[in-house]
Ligand binder design. Structure first.
Ligand SMILES: NC(=O)c1ccc[n+]([C@@H]2O[C@H](COP(=O)([O-])OP(=O)(O)OC[C@H]3O[C@@H](n4cnc5c(N)ncnc54)[C@H](O)[C@@H]3O)[C@@H](O)[C@H]2O)c1
Length: 448
């Protein structure tokens, strides 16, 4: 099939590269000329393991193209995937301006019957708005070309996005017509022929499925963070509780690690958008409110733990931060817990020395006051330089990279051997043996 992807960010570029990899002819469109020019020269705008090889291979094979001009690709398109951002509006609702602008542009350029597939995460009812926007543009140019609008929410996880796309747990297809369903079945045939499961449902059901999935995962994280807080009060080690409940096959081990709160480009905004959808429908989303409140508080926990050790006035103190990306495997800094921590540290007068193996460039954009030298916030490209003279080291993002540090070097370079482990990566007994005062999350009887 000839596919046009509108929006070449995390979702659009992964989907575009992977659709080309399974044999389709793909054109990725973006309004950002810098991004498209870079891609034409083989430079990826994001860090995603394995994506560079896929983009290079398929570009060389002539199956993957990049352009800023939708008109270039529209004449041959069988399918358009909308993969633009849906950031939160002031009231928490998903801002649909980019989705609807993409829909209007499709209507301006649609040249033959096609299916329009929404991959962006959008509130229930958006497909109807997309249909209306396309129709308006077609009418304005006096064209009458048949098209269908389908929903195909994306479930990829940054850091392992290629595997998620190529071996998905399931492919959700929201299609209200036989023709749209057929087109999507053809699109995904190379994956379903290898065993991928395609689940067909109504468009509105598919739109809701995406929000419900993210809200469920966010709920698990907030639930476990709540249990971790209680463990601290009651002298219980949450890591044992986590193992104990995770081994129950009804619960499972994933998304129950306590930590620094969830961040990223999806969970926070999608929970907020679902709350907004519920409230607009006259329905009180008690659980979702609690999920958000707990997450907001959790993002402050590492800072509170530090202040409990060093006092509220951190002026004259130097704090090292390991890990800036919202999770390992990505350079995405959107709503990263490290941001809340660093802002709190700077407000309390601390000097911050931060390191991340891949997110330094995105972090410098997210933290405009960051300097390379002599500022209150330094972003450093070496994990040991980051701890020089530090009164504490706080681990925020659990990169593999940090698993086996040289503890002697750490202790020698730090001013005070205080380690706050925001992801429970280390065992308290081991850390005591290495000479550190160690504080994890929810490790009630393990603080010493
Ligand atoms: N990032 C993820 O892990 C992830 C996972 C699943 C779903 N989603 C959802 O997918 C959607 C896209 O997310 P993302 O992280 O890829 O966003 P992103 O911000 O990385 O990329 C969006 C891209 O769309 C481009 N764009 C905006 N308007 C355009 C237009 N009219 N024409 C062409 N390009 C345009 C922007 O320039 C940008 O490059 C969101 O709804 C998000 O919630 C994201």
């Amino acid at each position: 099939m000839n596919i046009v992807i509108i929006g070449t960010g995390y979702v659009g570029l992964v989907a575009g590269g992977c659709f080309a990899e399974i044999g389709h002819h793909v054109t990725c469109v973006d309004i950002c000329p810098k991004k498209i020019n870079g891609l034409k020269q083989g430079q990826l705008p994001i860090y995603e393991p394995g994506l560079d090889e896929i983009v290079a291979r398929n570009t060389a094979a002539g199956r993957l193209h990049f352009t800023t001009n939708l008109a270039d690709a529209a004449p041959d398109a069988d399918a358009y995937c909308i993969a633009v951002g849906t950031p939160p509006d002031e009231d928490g609702s998903a801002d649909l301006q980019y989705v609807l602008a993409a829909a209007r542009e499709i209507g301006q350029h649609l040249a033959r019957p096609a299916v329009i597939i929404n991959k962006s995460t959008v509130p229930v009812g958006t497909a109807e708005k997309v249909r209306a926007a396309v129709s308006e543009s077609l009418t304005a140019r006096g064209a009458d070309i048949p098209y269908h609008v389908a929903s195909n929410p994306e479930f990829l996880k940054e850091g392992v996005a290629i595997g998620d796309f190529m071996q998905p747990d399931r492919i959700i297809i929201g299609a209200d017509s036989e023709e749209a369903l057929n087109q999507l079945q053809t699109l995904y045939a190379p994956l379903t022929e290898r065993g991928a499961r395609l689940i067909h449902m109504a468009v509105r059901d598919a739109e809701m499925t995406k929000y419900a999935a993210n809200a469920m995962l966010a709920t698990r994280i907030s639930f476990m963070n709540e249990i971790a807080g209680l463990c601290e009060k009651l002298g219980v080690d949450v890591e044992n509780v986590r193992l104990g409940i995770g081994s129950d096959s009804r619960i499972g081990h994933r998304f129950i690690a306590p930590g620094a709160g969830y961040g990223g480009s999806c969970f926070p905004k999608d929970v907020r958008a679902l709350v907004n959808m519920a409230e607009n429908a006259g329905y009180d989303p008690h659980v979702l409110h609690a999920v958000e409140t707990r997450n907001h508080q959790q993002k402050n926990r590492l800072y509170q733990k530090l202040c409990a050790e060093l006092g509220d006035d951190l002026s004259g103190k130097t704090i090292a931060v390991w890990g800036l990306a919202f999770k390992p495997g990505t350079d995405d800094m959107r709503e990263a817990p490290s941001l809340a921590l660093i802002h709190a540290l700077l407000d309390a007068g601390a000097k911050v020395r931060a390191y991340d193996p891949v997110a330094l460039h995105t972090a410098s954009r997210a933290l405009p006051h960051a300097a390379q030298e002599n500022g209150d916030l330094l972003l450093l490209d070496d994990q040991y330089s980051a701890v020089d003279g530090a009164d504490a080291l706080i681990l925020v993002t659990e990169w593999e990279h940090f698993r086996e540090p040289d503890f002697n070097t750490l202790r020698a370079r730090m001013h005070r051997a205080l380690f706050i482990d925001g992801r429970n990566q280390f065992h308290p007994d081991d850390m005591h043996r290495h000479g550190f005062r160690y504080i994890g999350v929810g490790r009630g009887h393990a603080i010493a």
